[in-house]
Structures are given as structure tokens and as C-alpha cells.
Design a protein around this ligand. Structure first.
Ligand code: UDP
Ligand code: MG
Length: 332
């Protein structure tokens, strides 16, 4: 393989940038890197770039990724100043990537790198976005599968943007779409929605999602709920409209009920009865009001974050290594 000089590593030379958000993945990183390199080295005469984004790991992920070199790709390691969350880490990668196409892979090998050639083939056929749809989700609890299913259906109904069901962050995106995505400067980063927003020519490849190669999931239940809410509030105002409709419906039924009470009192003389129904209505209304206030609060919270305009992430260090030749390493 020929030695790659710095002036050759400019934008148009890189066919694919692989972005990998990393949070406490020291165990799996070397295995991931090895498998990804096997796949990339099987595609001849092309240049690649692997961008590892260390999202404030508390383990040795940063030094592990610094030690990784490649015979078939430039390796860029971005160190965020703390844990900003997966969405921010992916945004950092998107902002730094230089390839004609970009793909986002989880470090735990749940997004198999072996599918990259298929994805590139679709791009070569003229598609701008190749969505990777999960048909099976191995190693995930029944609860996670069902809740994910219900959530995707809900999002489908609510979101103003068509967000594909069972398609995660794993996709291939062309440079012209990435340039549009970079213009979306919102601070509430719901990447699945952001990637779907520009549209363009899309296709879908189905795959069975394997279980984690090593380590454990980095998402707690409350974080997942937070992400789910952020997805809905970032891409739809329908919950606000729904609470208005709920208000209208409940007021209308209150009028009907009031009329019934009036009739009963005046004609039938049953004036003091009805404590249980009164309590029930009180509690029901109290609940509905609290939900409606909560929905408004969610949106106000989002506006608060946007108005502050803080960056989604802070980069502390960047280490770039151009591809290695015969075991030599060259720092850019
Ligand atoms: N991740 C990250 N920051 C976080 C949480 C996760 O960069 O705060 C990365 C993690 O290292 C992995 C990917 O996001 O590469 C997916 O995380 P995980 O496998 O824990 O999610 P799951 O597959 O369980 O939904
Ligand atoms: Mg995972």
C-alpha cells in the first residue's frame, strides 16, 4: 500500500466517514476497530476515515482509541470535555467528518460494520440516505422491544417529519444531506429526527440487530424516556393541540353533566347526592390539568434550552492519524 501524504487527505478523497460515539467502551473498542478495518480493507482503492468521539468516558476508552491505528483509514479521535450524551457525540462527529458519505455506528457492534459495502452500493445507485431497519433485536428485553414498538408508532402519528419505524442512528448519508443537517443548529438534538428531516432519495435495508459484543447498555430507563420525550417535542406540537382538544371535550361533557344535575335537582328533588361522582370528576380534572401543564412545561423547557444557545458539546482534544503504512504511524 502506498504512503498517504497529508495533502492527499482532503475532502473529495475520502469515500466514507465512519462516526463512532464512545462512552465507556474500553472492552469492545479493539474488537470493533478490528472488525471495521477488516470490512474497509476489503474495499480496494478507496480512502476512509474513522472518527471516534469519546463522550467523557470514565474508563480507559480515550487511551484505547488513541492506540488504535489503521492500514486502510485515517483515524480521528475527538475527546469531549465531559459526557454530553450520544446525540451530542454524534453531532460532534458529523461536524468534523470529511467523507463523501457518512455512517454512524455504535461501538458495541450492534450495528454490524459488515453491512457497509451493501450501504455504499445503494449510495452508488443514487440514494442519498440508506436507512438500516431492525427486523430482530437480539438480547433486548421484551419490555424494551414492546415499548420501542409503541413509541415508534406514537412518533409516527405525532411527528411532522416521517421518522422511519425501527430505524436507529445506523444509516448512510450522502455529503449533500450532511451539509443540510449541519445547518440545523437546534440544541435539543434528536438525531433520528434530524437525520430524517431533510428527506432526499431514501432506501431501506433490513437487518437483524445482534446483541452487544461486550459491556452493558449506557442508557438508563429514565434517559430513554427523556430521549423519547425529546423526540416527540422536537418534531411535533401535536401534544399541545391534543391537550386543547382534551380541554374542549371535558368542558363539553361538563356542560352536559351540569344540565343533567340541574334536571335531577329541579324535577326529581335529589339535591345532596353525588359525593363520589363529585370526587371522581375533581380528581379526573385535576389529573388532566396537571398533564396539560406538564406538556406545556416540556415545550417551555425546550425553549429555555434553545434560548440559552449553549453549544451541544465541547471538544477538549482532537488527535488525527493518517493511515498507517507497514506498521508506521504518522501524526497529522
Ligand atoms: N453512547 C455515548 N454517550 C452516552 C451513551 C452512549 O456516546 O452517553 C454510545 C455508546 O458508547 C455506544 C452507543 O452510544 O457506542 C450506543 O449506546 P448503547 O449500546 O449503550 O445503547 P443501546 O444499544 O443499549 O440502545
Ligand atoms: Mg448498544
Amino acid at each position: 500500500m502506498q504512503l498517504v501524504s497529508d495533502n492527499m487527505s482532503h475532502e473529495k478523497d475520502i469515500l466514507l466517514s465512519v462516526i463512532v460515539p464512545v462512552y465507556n467502551e474500553e472492552e469492545v473498542l479493539p474488537i470493533f476497530h478490528h472488525r471495521l478495518n477488516q470490512v474497509l480493507s476489503a474495499i480496494p482503492n478507496e480512502r476512509f476515515e474513522i472518527i471516534y468521539v469519546n463522550d467523557g468516558s470514565s474508563d480507559d476508552s480515550w487511551s484505547v482509541m488513541l492506540s488504535l491505528t489503521s492500514f486502510c483509514a485515517d483515524v480521528e479521535c475527538i475527546n469531549l470535555s465531559r459526557n454530553f450524551g450520544k446525540e451530542a457525540a454524534m453531532t460532534a462527529g458529523i461536524d468534523h467528518c470529511k467523507g463523501q458519505t457518512v455512517t454512524l455506528l455504535d461501538a458495541d457492534l450492534q450495528d454490524p460494520p459488515e453491512l457497509i459495502p451493501k450501504m455504499l452500493a445503494k449510495w452508488q445507485q443514487g440514494f442519498d440516505v440508506v436507512n438500516m431497519k431492525r427486523t430482530e433485536r437480539e438480547g433486548e428485553s421484551r419490555f424494551k422491544k414492546y415499548s420501542a414498538d409503541i413509541y415508534y408508532k406514537l412518533l409516527d402519528h405525532l411527528a411532522d417529519v416521517p421518522v422511519q419505524r425501527n430505524v436507529g442512528d445506523f444509516r448512510l448519508i450522502s455529503r449533500r444531506v450532511i451539509e443540510k443537517i449541519k445547518q440545523l443548529t437546534e440544541k435539543n438534538r434528536y438525531i433520528k429526527g434530524i437525520l430524517s428531516w431533510p428527506g432526499y432519495k431514501q432506501t431501506t435495508i433490513e437487518f437483524s440487530r445482534p446483541r452487544r459484543e461486550a459491556g452493558t447498555t449506557k442508557w438508563s430507563f429514565t434517559q430513554l424516556v427523556g430521549l423519547a420525550l425529546s423526540g416527540i417535542t422536537a418534531f411535533s406540537v401535536k401534544p399541545l393541540r391534543l391537550s386543547v382538544w382534551a380541554g374542549v371535550l371535558i368542558s363539553a361533557s361538563a356542560f352536559v353533566y351540569a344540565f343533567w344535575v340541574f334536571i335531577k335537582t329541579v324535577w326529581l328533588g335529589e339535591a345532596v347526592q353525588g359525593y363520589p361522582s363529585l370526587m371522581l370528576v375533581q380528581l379526573f380534572l385535576g389529573g388532566v390539568q396537571l398533564i396539560a401543564i406538564g406538556v406545556c412545561g416540556e415545550y417551555i423547557g425546550r425553549i429555555f434550552t434553545e434560548v440559552k444557545g449553549r453549544p451541544s458539546y465541547i471538544v477538549m482534544d482532537v488527535e488525527s492519524k493518517v493511515q498507517v503504512v507497514k506498521g508506521q504511524q504518522k501524526h497529522a
